[in-house]
Design a protein around this ligand. Structure first.
Ligand SMILES: Cc1cc2nc3c(=O)[nH]c(=O)nc-3n(C[C@H](O)[C@H](O)[C@H](O)COP(=O)(O)OP(=O)(O)OC[C@H]3O[C@@H](n4cnc5c(N)ncnc54)[C@H](O)[C@@H]3O)c2cc1C
Length: 386
């Protein structure tokens, strides 16, 4: 098989890149290790920045998102048993977030691509990426491409194809993970609740008026078997309780459970020859800022624009600037995600650190300037013109 752009991975990054390239008349093949069913059911992120919603809308894949997504204009920070609303939209020039599951974005992008008769080769794991020759091997086949887009997530093969001495890696592992569940229970609040508690962080989110998404901070090496449903509910009830007893957390059948490590990671540069890394293949953020999916969208938007110049006019200037442009946003988002994480979790247990955390939280809810900083980063800084 030959194509202009070989895309490894049908996550949000690979699928959106394929979609943007198709609109520009650029030929691409998407290779995906897993089945269509698997990637469409994989539960991960669910908070879309304003800019992500705009990109999906402007490129014709926002119809169901606007019908089913839940637009939020604020969120709650809860600590010391008291909730404080951060009025995101008021503080961030009317911008908002939309709660819509990542797997729904993935379903919409897969449907758009397959409806247009364009290829996604499922159950085809790329085994090697030959950057020099522009060849991706999968099974007994190979895909020859002018450009390779490594959109295969953190554990993919693309980043590993870059020689070690050509890549700088910056990394931080956090001393905790998130246990996430989906439950058949109506959300207990209309907005997300980020809770800081002496026993650890908890987050109340949702996927629909009938489905709640909840998270608990747990030790990094925690096993899911250690958390039967009753223990999860008990811990959530404890961490999320308000001092006035007025908060009632709705419970329901838990039908999805998983543990996600918390990590910050950046590999620079995001280009090596004809290989371009995008999304989690190049960087990971701890989920507290709800940014991983949004950052993947920002990357591929810049990449698609550069590839258009290359294939339409043979102009590589934008592609040459790809890594630098993306990394500016990546590091801003890294900082925000780290900042939210260290402000909201139980860190080392050091009492001095706990006092600083509490002071930071009080400042954010009391100072409009501090709340604005949180709000404008949370709804997402404006995407740059490309
Ligand atoms: C387990 C997990 C839970 C998460 N939970 C949250 C959350 O709760 N909130 C939040 O904000 N963010 C969360 N994130 C982050 C967010 O989901 C990611 O940032 C987002 O998925 C990035 O999209 P991507 O397309 O870059 O990578 P991915 O979504 O990882 O997509 C990569 C794709 O490449 C495929 N692939 C991998 N290797 C190969 C190969 N060799 N050949 C072919 N295909 C390959 C994979 O199967 C996958 O479909 C989570 C991430 C993970 C991994």
């Amino acid at each position: 098989m030959d194509t202009q752009v070989g895309i490894v991975g049908a996550g949000p990054a690979g699928l959106l890149l394929g979609h943007l390239l198709a609109r520009a008349g650029i030929d691409a093949v998407v290779l995906e290790a897993r089945s269509r069913d698997y990637v469409e059911q994989r539960v991960r992120a669910g908070v879309l920045e304003q800019g992500t919603v705009d990109v999906l809308t402007e490129t014709g894949v926002g119809e169901r998102l606007h019908r089913e997504g839940m637009v939020h204009h604020g969120l709650e920070l809860r600590f010391g048993g008291v909730g404080h609303r951060i009025a995101l939209s008021e503080l961030a020039d009317g911008r908002a977030i939309t709660v819509y599951g990542q797997q729904e974005v993935v379903k919409d992008l897969i449907a758009a691509r397959l409806d247009a008769g364009l290829p996604i080769v499922f159950e085809s794991e790329a085994t090697t990426v030959d950057v020099e020759r522009g060849v991706i091997r999968f099974g007994d086949d190979e895909l020859r491409c002018e450009v390779i887009a490594g959109c295969d997530g953190f554990h993919g093969v693309s980043r590993a194809a870059v020689p070690e001495d050509a890549l700088d890696v910056y990394e931080r592992e956090y001393p905790f993970a998130w246990l996430g569940i989906l439950a058949r229970a109506a959300p207990s609040s209309e907005e997300l609740i980020y809770t800081h508690h002496d026993r650890g962080f908890a987050l109340h989110s949702m996927r629909s008026p009938e489905i709640t998404r909840l998270y608990l901070q747990v030790p990094p090496d925690e096993r899911i078997e250690a958390w039967p449903d009753e223990r999860i509910w008990e811990e959530l009830q404890t961490r999320m309780a308000t001092a006035d007893g007025g908060f009632a957390l709705n419970e329901g059948e838990i039908f999805e459970k998983g543990i996600t490590p918390m990590r910050s990671f950046v590999a620079e540069p995001m280009r090596h020859g004809r290989l371009f890394l995008a999304g989690d293949a190049a960087h990971i953020v701890p989920a507290t800022g709800a940014k991983g999916l949004n950052l993947a969208v920002a990357d591929v938007r810049v990449l698609a624009r550069g590839l258009r110049d290359l294939f339409e006019r043979g102009d590589e200037a934008r592609l040459d600037a790809y890594s630098e442009r993306c990394l500016r946003r990546v590091w801003r988002v890294q900082h925000f995600s780290w900042w939210m994480t260290q402000m909201l979790h139980r860190m080392t247990g050091d009492p001095f650190e706990a006092k600083l955390q509490r002071s930071q939280l009080e400042y954010v809810v009391r100072s409009e300037a501090a709340a604005k900083t949180l709000a404008e980063n949370y709804v997402g800084l404006e995407l740059e013109d490309v």
